[in-house]
Ligand binder design. Structure first.
Ligand SMILES: Nc1ncnc2c1ncn2[C@@H]1O[C@H](COP(=O)(O)OP(=O)(O)OP(=O)(O)O)[C@@H](O)[C@H]1O
Ligand SMILES: [Mg+2]
Length: 464
């Protein structure tokens, strides 16, 4: 027997009866009406120990701890029902996503207790989860609630084997092959592109926040691996949305965001505003580290970090001397004034070369030069000159990877949508137009959570 669930866009899904979280849903017809789950700015309160059984620890961080847990009997079905209702959030089941069935989940538990239940919905990570749609390279979220007993926020998600930092460490210097390197970077970039398309930036891209699992383990068998992932040794998922921020957020920005080694020049030099390019800088640093297994800029403190950037990229000040060529990191007119405000001057160091940064002669020459271009366009002093995720994804280096597959799918979906429009009558088209206007108005709302909630009709909720 399957349960029927209707999501907010009116599609109805049949829930699989099996007692696992393998989210295979088939659109079917039903008139059953189900009221959405997060139709208010309050998260549900549940007794964690009633629903989950702790199995072990997975990691700790500044936000809290991450544990491995087993979903208790009988609770699986209600999680799956709720997930289907969370359209446009990280809880919405990913289409065509059939990871091997499991009852194990990872639960991130926040250390801090907040004053009221409503305060938990304002936690950055929760805001992100409820505002960004699911993606194969972002961690699928299963449940978000406050524990009744300890009043702590619980984020229940799919579990992965380990993080990229741990994987590189266990390989003891045995570098990734050129295709594996490319596929890891392509999946990471797909995650970043999706986040940026959703008008968020992550702000903490680093190997510890990139989760990995061997592809065959993830899908359960070789046969289950989807065609777009056939050449990928690992499934990659960008995690930890605790620092993610919406671009429209105008509050004062903190300088001490992101882990020091992956901090961009504009953050190091305390520029008041920064945005998407901070993720591209971190992506460039991670790309080099994944290729060499050595952190690119391991600064010991803020000043040492800036010094290391300078040694690597050269001084960004323009020099009127034709013999001196442009430094690796290019020019940035704002750099010296910003440094002066902090009480120092950037010395005129020449910087290094890209081949020195990426000593991977085993990568075929053409591909190696394509990778050089990627890294160079990420590591620019001037954030305005740094490549955008969309542009990087279209580069020759990433041809025939998950990025191109994703583009093809989007194109096909676009064509299907246009074709479906040509079958509509005038009245239906005009209704759609009005709906689109409503959507635009909602998008102008600066709070992504409230705009999401505004889109959901009704005020009652059906929690468990
Ligand atoms: N879904 C998961 N599956 C397996 N391991 C996980 C999962 N989520 C997190 N971890 C592990 O727990 C660690 C900490 O998680 P996370 O980065 O989300 O916490 P944090 O407290 O925000 O960390 P930070 O110190 O970066 O702020 C990760 O580096 C990873 O090793
Ligand atoms: Mg982390």
């Amino acid at each position: 027997m399957s349960d029927l669930v209707e999501n907010c866009s009116g599609h109805t899904f049949a829930l699989p009866a099996s007692d696992s979280l393998n989210p295979v849903w088939n659109p079917i017809d039903s008139k059953e009406e189900i009221i959405p789950y997060y139709d208010r700015l309050e998260l549900p309160v549940k007794l964690a120990e009633e629903k989950y059984q702790v199995v072990g620890g997975l990691g700790t961080g500044s936000f809290g701890s991450v544990i491995l847990a087993k979903i208790k009997n009988g609770y699986m079905q209600s999680i799956r029902k709720n997930m289907c209702r969370q359209v446009g959030t990280l809880m919405e089941p990913i289409v065509n996503y059939q990871r091997a069935p499991t009852q194990l989940v990872a639960i991130k538990i926040m250390i801090k207790k907040l004053h009221s239940v409503a305060d938990y919905s304002r936690v950055k990570e929760v805001n992100f989860i409820l505002s960004v749609s699911s993606h194969p390279n972002l961690v699928q979220i299963y449940d978000v609630f406050i524990d009744k007993m300890f009043l702590k926020l619980h984020i229940v998600m799919e579990t992965m084997n380990q993080n990229l930092y741990q994987l590189m460490k266990t390989r003891k210097g045995s570098l990734f092959s050129p295709p594996t390197l490319k596929n890891i970077l392509a999946q990471l970039l797909a995650a970043i592109r999706h986040i940026h398309r959703s008008k968020f930036f992550h702000r903490d891209i680093k190997p510890e926040n990139i989760l990995v699992m061997p592809t065959v383990t993830f899908y359960g068998s070789k046969e289950n691996v989807p065609p777009s992932m056939k050449n990928c040794t690992y499934v990659i998922k960008l995690a930890d949305y605790g620092l993610a921020r919406h671009v429209s957020n105008n509050n004062t920005f903190t300088a001490y965001v992101s882990t020091r080694w992956y901090r961009s020049p504009e953050i190091l030099l305390r520029k008041k505003k920064y945005s998407f390019p901070v993720d591209i800088w971190a992506f460039g640093c991670v790309a080099v580290e994944t290729a060499t297994f050595n952190p690119l800029l391991p600064g010991q403190n803020e000043l040492d970090q800036t010094w290391k950037v300078l040694e690597l990229l050269g001084c960004p000040e323009r020099i009127n001397c034709p013999e001196i060529k442009e430094p690796l990191g290019g020019y940035w007119d704002e750099a010296q004034p910003l440094a002066a405000k902090l009480g120092f001057c950037l010395p005129k160091l020449p910087g290094t070369s890209i081949s020195h940064i990426l000593p991977r002669k085993d990568i075929p020459r053409t591909e190696r030069y394509q990778l050089y271009e990627i890294v160079k366009s990420c590591l620019t002093w001037d954030a305005g000159l740094r490549a955008k995720a969309e542009i990087l994804a279209k580069s020759l280096y990433f041809q025939n990877t998950v990025l191109t597959e994703e583009d093809k799918l989007r194109y096909q979906k676009g064509c299907a949508f246009i074709n479906s429009l040509s079958n509509l009558g005038e009245k239906e088209l005009s209704t759609m137009k009005t709906k689109k206007m409503d959507n635009i108005n909602l998008k102008e709302n600066t709070n992504p959570v409230s705009s999401k909630i505004n889109q959901i009709d009704g005020s009652a909720s059906s929690t468990n």
